[in-house]
Design a binder for this molecule. Sequence first.
Ligand code: FES
Length: 86
Amino acid sequence: MLPGGLSSIKSPVRDYFMIVCSCNVLSDHDVRTACQAEAPPRSTGQVYGCLGCSAQCGRCARTIRQIMDEALDAAAACNGCGRPST
Ligand code: FES
C-alpha cells in the first residue's frame, strides 16, 4: 500500500482517451481494442462495424485509419514476444 491509500500508481496517459469520432463517440482506445480482435479489421468501415456503428459524416476516417495502422504495425512488430521484430 502506498501513502495516501493508493494501491498502485497508474500512468496518467492510460487514464485518458481521446474521442476520435464525435458522431459515434468512439475513442482512440475503442479503435485500438477493435484492432486487437482475432480477425482485425482491414478497413475503417470494418472498425465501425466491429464497434456496432457506421460512418456518419466521415471526418474521422483518416484518424481512424492512422490509429489502425499504428495498432496493426505494433501488433505485427511485437509478434507475441514483446520486442520489435528485425
Ligand atoms: S466524426 Fe466519425 S462519422 Fe462523423
